[in-house]
Design a protein around this ligand. Structure first.
Ligand SMILES: *Cc1c(COP(=O)(O)O)cnc(C)c1O
Ligand code: SF4
Length: 437
């Protein structure tokens, strides 16, 4: 299948456009001035059920919806469009609105590692064992998720030389940091990279022959948004050969697949692509945020995990949606997130209970909501770190005052009249020491 992109500019050329009501088309036009909008022919033709598009989770995942903007923001942008405002004016207003949507949530911006006084801009080293690497050419995606706010960084540059220089610093850093066992290549989506660019990175890393680097992880949504990357794209074969190269070098290749809904697992194309990736010796683990209006029900998660296990995928994380973008539209309270996780988890056998969550990736670490309980007549959240800025914090239960409206870590206060959490002082020290956030 040939890849065809649809954005705000050309989506009205889709063959199914008449299925979308005029009113809905207008909503798309208005909201897309502020939020990212990009989809493609696979999503449109094979994933979305156009006869029921209004309720279709994949439609909501890719197409901007009225409720994703606050009413006042929607009206402002609608008025500008009606008045025929010029592109610059629209852009200026859109940027003002974006600034109010917390486009750089915790842990996304700084926290840049250094080697020999040189900053490694495309990298992040927050937890001891794992280094994140954002290759320059992987900063876009095959389609954009409406809940995502990484798009301020989407650039789509293509410069092989820059890539080579970038990875040299990463290799040197990993060599010196013997605690690093995992390199997680992420984006955007690194699997938008052409095979020759991905190969340039991976080959260099393998050739560096670093014994303590055991696992190479690739975080990607491409199985859900463009499985033809592994089937019919001109570089499909070469891409799979790169994966093979990793496993044949004796490293684990863990493909961290983003799936938001069981529908994404149902096409012949995705199932074929999964087989191809497994045949390279790679393992595939899965993760997704919990999103109201897309997957906000326990049955959907249980169904998704069961389908994943059937396809040989390993459920890994359920995340709580970040405090950014259209959070009022997608947000689920911490209490409901725990309820949904719990109900879904008890519907699946131990084989699928490899999944952990619901978890918030916030400044101090990955914080898992273990539940709501009452201790000494005080209703509390029971929390623990899955990952911490200090790994000693991991797996220690701690408690926050019950708050039925809490959506994120920032909404929580310590329980039992305490002034701070057990990690607060140390976290402040870490942040002050310039290790960023
Ligand atoms: C989740 C995450 C990792 C990887 O953590 P694992 O628990 O090993 O999957 C690494 N770095 C950052 C910043 C993360 O958010
Ligand atoms: S694929 Fe990932 S990075 Fe890309 S838009 Fe979706 S959530 Fe964001």
């Amino acid at each position: 299948m040939k890849y065809q992109i649809y954005t705000a500019r050309n989506y009205k050329k889709m063959s199914c456009i008449d299925k979308i009501s005029k009113e809905h088309q207008r909503d798309i036009d208005v909201v897309a001035t502020v939020l990212p909008f990009k989809t493609n022919n696979y999503v449109v033709e094979e994933l979305i059920d156009w006869d029921n598009y209004k309720e279709d989770p994949i439609f909501v995942l890719n197409f901007p919806q009225k409720g994703m903007l606050k009413a006042e923001h929607y009206e402002k942008m609608a008025r500008l469009l009606d008045e025929g405002a010029d592109a610059a004016t629209i852009k200026e207003e859109a940027n003002k609105i974006r600034h109010q949507l917390n486009p750089h949530p915790a842990g996304q911006s700084s926290n840049v590692p250094e080697i020999n006084g040189q900053k490694l801009k495309g990298a992040q080293h927050k937890y001891d064992e794992t280094m994140l690497f954002f290759p320059t050419q992987g900063q876009t995606c095959h389609a954009y998720c409406t809940f995502c706010f990484r798009w301020p960084q989407f650039t789509g540059m293509d410069d092989l030389k820059f890539a080579m220089k970038e990875v040299d610093g990463i290799i040197e850093y990993i060599r010196k940091h013997t605690e690093i066992t995992d390199l997680l290549i992420t984006g955007g989506d690194p699997m938008v990279m052409k095979a020759n660019v991905l190969d340039a990175y991976i080959s260099k890393i393998l050739d560096a022959n670093i014994p303590h680097l055991k696992n190479i992880r690739i975080g990607s949504k491409s199985l859900a948004f463009w499985p033809y990357k592994y089937l019919t794209d001109s570089d499909a074969e070469e891409t799979l050969n790169i994966f093979k190269k990793v496993t044949q070098a004796g490293k684990t290749l863990a493909y961290m697949a983003h799936f938001n809904h069981p529908k994404e697992l149902e096409t012949e194309a995705v199932q074929e692509a999964i087989k191809k990736i497994h045949n390279t010796g790679a393992q595939i683990r899965t993760q997704s945020p919990l999103l109201n209006n897309i997957n906000g029900k326990a049955e959907i998660w249980a169904d998704m995990w069961i389908k994943q296990v059937k396809l040989g995928l390993i459920p890994y994380y359920m995340f709580i949606a970040r405090d950014t973008g259209a959070q009022e539209y997608f947000g689920v309270t911490l209490e409901n997130a725990w309820e949904i996780f719990k109900v879904a988890y008890t519907k699946v056998s131990g084989i699928a209970r490899t999944v952990r969550g619901p978890s918030m990736s916030c400044t101090p670490g990955k914080v898992k909501v273990n539940g709501v309980t009452t201790i000494n007549n005080e209703k509390v959240f029971v929390l623990e770190f899955i990952q911490g800025r200090n790994s000693d914090w991991v797996n220690i239960p701690f408690f926050a005052k019950y708050n039925p409206d809490a959506l994120w870590m920032d909404d929580l206060e310590p329980a039992f009249g305490k002034e701070k959490f057990f990690f607060t002082d140390e976290l402040n020290k870490i942040l002050k020491s310039g290790k960023g956030n």
